[in-house]
Design a protein around this ligand. Structure first.
Ligand SMILES: *[C@@H]1O[C@H](CO)[C@@H](O)[C@H](O)[C@H]1NC(C)=O
Ligand SMILES: *[C@@H]1O[C@H](CO)[C@@H](O)[C@H](O)[C@H]1NC(C)=O
Ligand SMILES: *[C@@H]1O[C@H](CO)[C@@H](O)[C@H](O)[C@H]1NC(C)=O
Ligand SMILES: *[C@@H]1O[C@H](CO)[C@@H](O)[C@H](O)[C@H]1NC(C)=O
Ligand SMILES: *[C@@H]1O[C@H](CO)[C@@H](O)[C@H](O)[C@H]1NC(C)=O
Ligand SMILES: *[C@@H]1O[C@H](CO)[C@@H](O)[C@H](O)[C@H]1NC(C)=O
Length: 427
């Protein structure tokens, strides 16, 4: 995240671009700079790991408790995107989330105390020539979980998450990203009741899910990609930025091998990108996990999805149990008790970190994702290093910690997820 309030040259170019035709400006897609949320604060490794774990738990609780149309994406995202909104442009920052659809930002219509603190000023629609309210019979009004008609015929919405509710009006605006602009339908939030800290000082959310309101759907993009720079090594001055690519600019490069898998078809109207995880190997040992443990059931229960809004991976008990057991066996002699109140499960002394084996996620079709120890194990303090994975009930999610330095390409036309190991900070 840029620490200064300066608007960089690339943004100025885009502002000019935004007044020209959309087509010429957006043909190569968008490129957005992503910064680790925690890069903003001066957190220690222990604090970052604990924040990741507790955020994932919060998210799991919410997901498990919600029904189809109310996924939860608040207290969890680790990466925020910068963009400009309106004419003349106002700065905004958003958490990006593959698990939800709506794009929204807090607006200056928030009354005192009705929204949460953010680093930038609230977006003020009255100061923009390009804001337009969306009528309540518009399909992108109706696509909201809850929508009503205001007296003037404009659309108001409610979006419900496990950590709280967002309410406001639906409008259209010009969004200028690092490389590309688009007129998008979005939520102008005037009431946000959520757990403190959920937004981590950003202004809102950018949904990348499968539904019609997401950035991908609205732009008609058939693919997007992102690559998370290492979680613990990120800091505000160096190595902290990665990118989200939406549209043609999303592609994997030559170099390291590319693996692909088909997405699994989820229940209708779910925003999630389900992946066919079928097994896990720890060191040389393939865990004994029945396929049903990861299966996505007809009624929408179960399954495994990739979630850029979740800091860490959480596996259902039927998978976490065998994983824990095998690690305990292999790390026999190295394991130490987790620090009190750390919330961690398996830990070794920092000096023994090298005994931690690597792990492989096996997907059907033959795609194997190798997780080196640093993608699931992290120093909590000077003396103890712990596993950064959690257990869940109902469904499993693959979160950001496990995907560090993996470039993920969501190809919606092919209905495929591809990935390769990469140095994300160089993309
Ligand atoms: C929003 O902008 C309008 C027009 O400039 C101004 O009158 C109003 O005070 C602004 N609202 C806030 C909350 O700053
Ligand atoms: C919405 O209502 C207006 C006015 O009644 C009408 O002209 C327009 O076609 C409607 N739009 C849709 C998408 O139904
Ligand atoms: C931005 O778009 C231009 C063409 O419009 C393209 O040449 C350039 O590579 C893009 N830059 C990035 C960083 O994606
Ligand atoms: C998550 O929410 C809890 C309150 O439910 C809050 O204490 C915590 O700081 C939040 N975490 C983050 C990373 O914002
Ligand atoms: C943070 O950035 C500084 C300045 O570039 C760099 O020297 C330092 O190694 C970085 N710290 C970490 C933990 O990456
Ligand atoms: C740990 O290793 C020691 C020595 O190899 C062995 O005697 C002991 O039974 C092992 N403990 C477990 C729980 O596997």
């Amino acid at each position: 995240m840029r620490e200064t309030m300066e608007i960089s040259p690339v943004f100025i170019v885009l502002v000019l671009c935004s007044t020209a035709t959309l087509v010429t400006c957006s043909t190569t897609g968008f490129r957005m700079e992503l910064t680790h949320v925690d890069a903003k604060g001066s957190y220690t490794a222990a604090e970052r790991v604990q924040r990741a774990m507790s955020s994932t738990r919060q998210r799991m609780v919410s997901l498990a408790a919600t029904d189809v149309s109310a996924p939860v994406h608040w207290n969890t995202s680790q990466y925020i995107a910068e963009y400009l909104i309106g004419t003349p442009p106002q700065r905004a920052e958003a958490l990006i989330d593959t698990g939800s659809d709506l794009i929204w930002t807090q607006c200056s219509t928030c009354l005192q105390g009705s929204c949460v603190e953010q680093g930038l000023p609230f977006y003020n629609a009255s100061m923009s020539d390009s804001f337009h309210p969306v009528p309540c019979n518009d399909t992108l009004c109706v696509a909201n979980q809850e929508h009503t008609c205001a007296k003037d015929g404009s659309c108001t919405f409610g979006a419900f998450y496990g950590a709280g509710d967002a309410r406001g009006s639906i409008g259209t605006e010009v969004f200028a990203f690092e490389n590309g602009t688009a007129t998008l339908t979005f939520g102008c939030v005037k009431s946000l009741l959520i757990s403190p800290g959920s937004l981590d000082g950003s202004s809102g959310l950018i949904g990348l899910g499968r539904g019609p309101l997401s950035l991908v759907s609205q732009t008609g993009a058939t693919k997007f990609s992102y690559c998370h720079t290492p979680y613990l090594r990120s800091n505000a001055t160096a190595g902290a930025s990665s990118h989200l690519f939406v549209g043609d600019s999303a592609s994997l490069s030559g170099g390291s091998p590319v693996m692909s898998m088909s997405f699994l078809e989820g229940p209708k109207d779910y925003p999630f990108y389900y992946v066919p995880l079928v097994g896990i190997t720890v060191g040389q040992t393939r865990l004994s996990i029945p396929p049903s443990v990861f299966a996505l059931k007809q009624n929408g229960e179960g399954g495994v999805f990739v979630d850029s809004g979740s800091p860490t991976t959480a596996l259902v008990h039927g998978a976490y149990g065998p994983l824990r057991e095998e690690l305990t066996r292999q790390l026999n002699g190295s394991l130490v008790p987790p620090p009190a109140r750390s919330g961690m499960d398996l830990c070794v002394a920092v000096a023994q970190e090298k005994t931690v084996p690597s792990m492989v996620f096996h997907f059907s079709g033959g795609a194997d994702m190798v997780l080196p120890p640093e993608n699931y194990w992290a120093p909590l303090d000077d003396s103890t290093s712990c596993m950064v994975m959690d257990h869940s009930s109902g469904l499993s999610i693959i979160g950001n910690f496990q995907l560090q330095n993996k470039h993920l390409l969501y190809d919606l036309a092919k209905d495929e997820l591809s990935f390769q190991t990469a140095d994300c900070s160089s993309l």
